[in-house]
Design a protein around this ligand. Structure first.
Ligand code: NAP
Ligand code: ZN
Ligand code: ZN
Length: 349
């Protein structure tokens, strides 16, 4: 077994702190990665605090993992020692169901193995995430990372990047489409960059007055401060796609009314409580309300290659792991510009 250093939550209410645990020795088809950086996703906070009611402790969060390969099993063909590698939200799946066969491993019909707060496919070995110095992952669930981009700023692509890229592709965003993005945090800022890179006219809806200049710098063409009265006047019926990244309860109906006929709103954020949906904005125009979960392995690699080609990375604030609890508090206040990334060297500090 491999002795591993990490940061863990021991229960839903205490701060994260140092934690030692063991990972398996790499098998024939496994890759061992020394983790350089791990992004901090709002899903980490939801799960650390058991807001979705499914948390298992101790929990080592983190599913935006990048680093360097330090060992490969005998049958590994796509990676060698010294290569850059990435791991997102999935570390395994059944690999045989219809969803897996289609490269939609996130929808594995037997339940995929999540990178943390889950188990391996044996359904008993707990998985531990990227707030740690190393990880062992099946080659089939390991992503290729281009050396062209800043490695720390690539980390958030493994969740925030793919989660926003996937719906843009699914709804076939193209030049001239009108795309709305709700919430400018980790997912929101990637949605703005990616939608703008596809030629869309992007409107950012934010509850934070101070984010307009950033939104425009990131590629948004319009900014709507959602908290002011009449903010939505004159916007009705014009959006092809609205991507909702908000992590807390909020009114969905006001956004549904902004879609064009047969336009779609896709929920990415996962507030802990359900939201009421009114039938009227949906029936008036056969509009769709949908959701989307990260992306499968082929699409995640496609997104990483797309970002390498276009020079797209996340805007990050690098922190030592000892600052993780403060970072969570800042994220809860919407005060993140626009992704915290942990420098894993700090685990030795
Ligand atoms: P984040 O960086 O904390 O950003 C969330 C943003 O939502 C904030 O910056 C803020 O933007 C807005 N917001 C926060 N509280 C709000 C409130 N009370 N009312 C209105 N707006 C509020 O979080 P993230 O990492 O982007 O994650 C966002 C959500 O997506 C989380 O629920 C996370 O679990 C979920 N998620 C889903 C998937 C998936 O596969 N579907 C993947 C990753 C994450 P403004 O200041 O601009 O208003
Ligand atoms: Zn995430
Ligand atoms: Zn499957």
């Amino acid at each position: 077994m491999l002795k591993t250093k990490g940061f863990a939550a021991q229960d839903a209410t205490s701060a994260l702190g140092p934690f030692q645990f063991e990972r398996r020795e790499p098998g024939d088809l496994d890759v061992l990665i020394e983790i350089a950086y791990c992004g901090v996703c709002h899903s980490d906070i939801h799960q650390v605090r058991n807001e979705w009611g499914n948390s298992v402790y101790p929990m080592v969060p983190g599913h935006e993992i990048v680093g360097t390969v330090t060992g490969v099993g005998e049958k590994v063909t796509r990676f060698k020692v010294g290569d850059l590698a990435g791991v997102g939200c999935l570390v395994d799946a059944c690999r045989t169901c219809d969803s897996c066969q289609q490269g939609l491993e996130q929808f594995c019909q037997t339940g995929a193995a999540m990178t943390y707060n889950g188990t391996e496919m044996d359904r008993k070995t707990p998985t531990y995430g990227g707030y740690s110095n190393q990880i062992v992952v099946a080659e089939a669930f390991t992503l290729k990372i281009s050396p062209k981009l800043s490695l720390a700023a690539v980390a958030p692509l493994l969740c925030a990047g793919i989660t926003t890229y996937s719906p843009l592709r699914h709804w076939k965003t193209k030049s001239g489409d009108r795309v709305g993005v709700v919430g400018l945090g980790g997912l929101g800022h990637m949605a703005v960059k990616l939608a703008a890179s596809m030629g869309a006219e992007v409107t950012l809806f934010s509850g934070s007055k101070g984010k307009e200049a950033d939104a425009r710098r990131l590629g948004a063409h319009n900014f709507v401060l959602s908290s002011v009265p009449n903010a939505f006047q004159n916007l009705g019926g014009s959006f092809d796609l609205i991507i909702d990244t908000v992590s807390a309860p909020h009114d969905l109906n006001q956004y549904l009314g902004l879609l064009r006929v047969e336009g779609a709103m896709v929920l990415l954020g996962v507030p802990p409580t359900p939201a009421p949906v009114s039938a009227f904005p949906l029936i008036m125009g056969r509009r769709t309300l949908s959701g989307s979960l990260i992306g499968g392995l082929p699409e995640t690699q496609e997104m990483l290659d797309y970002c390498a080609e276009k020079g797209i990375v996340s805007d990050i604030e690098l922190i030592p792991v000892q600052q993780i609890n403060d970072a969570y508090e800042r994220m809860l206040k919407g005060d993140v510009r626009y992704r915290f990334v942990i420098d894993m060297k700090s685990l030795n500090g």
